[in-house]
Design a protein around this ligand. Structure first.
Ligand code: 13P
Length: 246
């Protein structure tokens, strides 16, 4: 079993002070937190604080939870992919799709900006409960992945399968279900890109991952990592997940 990447999407859970406190605890548990590839996506306001406190860790990458579709200009209150110096950026998260009405066309522009400007991005895809019940999961994912660029050579593209019905609900998709969807995504990727590109593409699962589910899901061969929301913003829960996977 290969070691999985732990990507922490802190959403709007931690303010700057709480992010700082979290990172101080990471530093106090340096041995444990050095053993894994970790990505942290703090609130925009906490990015530099977290970066500063992750300086001693080569294995911890810091990213943005989202970025504006533009790279600069008169956009009050927004942050572009060049506003902060980051390692990655999440685009197409279901909360952006629903709360902010983001569509595939907009997400495609954001994705291309991220790949152009920083050479890395996490694209989230996943079906709603209705779509799942109507057996439209593959159809939805195919459409959401239709925005992928023709070429990714040299860029890092992470695809996070996050079923909407599993996000923040405590419902984790079953291992078999995730395996089926990841193998569908894997086949689409194979059709789209050459074999040389495949190592630059990583597959994640997100949706109520915590210390109780992480072990079982880790045996999914196609899975490179987890994109974790609430359990990643709770230091003890994050620590417990890593301890389980040591
Ligand atoms: P939860 O882990 O809180 O369900 O959130 C998952 C998620 O949306 C990560 O991007």
């Amino acid at each position: 079993m290969n070691k999985k990447i732990f990507a922490a999407n802190w959403k709007m859970y931690l303010n700057s002070n709480e992010s700082r406190e979290f990172m101080l605890k990471v530093n106090a548990n340096k041995d444990l937190f050095s053993e894994f590839d970790i990505m942290i996506f703090p609130s925009h306001t906490a990015i530099s604080i977290v970066q500063d406190l992750a300086k001693e860790f080569d294995n911890i990458k810091i990213g943005m939870q989202d970025c504006d579709v533009l790279t600069s200009g008169a956009v009050t209150g927004s942050n572009s992919i060049t506003s902060h110096k980051v390692d990655s950026c999440i685009v197409g998260h279901s909360e952006r799709r629903t709360i902010f009405n983001e569509n595939d066309e907009l997400i495609k522009k954001k994705l291309n900006n991220c790949l152009d400007k920083i050479g890395s991005a996490i694209l989230c895809v996943g079906e709603t409960l209705d779509e799942k019940e109507e057996k439209k999961t593959f159809e939805v994912i195919k459409k959401q992945l239709s925005i992928l660029p023709d070429q990714i050579r040299g860029k890092n593209l992470d695809i996070a399968y996050e079923p909407v019905w599993a996000i923040g609900t405590g419902l984790v998709a079953s291992k078999q279900y995730i395996e089926d969807v990841l193998s569908y995504i894997n086949n689409l990727i194979k059709e789209l890109y050459s074999v040389e590109d495949r190592p630059n593409i990583r597959l994640f699962y997100g949706g109520s991952v915590d210390e109780n589910s992480v072990e079982e899901l880790s045996s999914i061969a196609l899975l490179d990592g987890f994109l974790i929301g609430s359990a990643s913003a709770d230091f003890e829960k994050f620590k417990n997940m890593l301890n389980k996977m040591r």
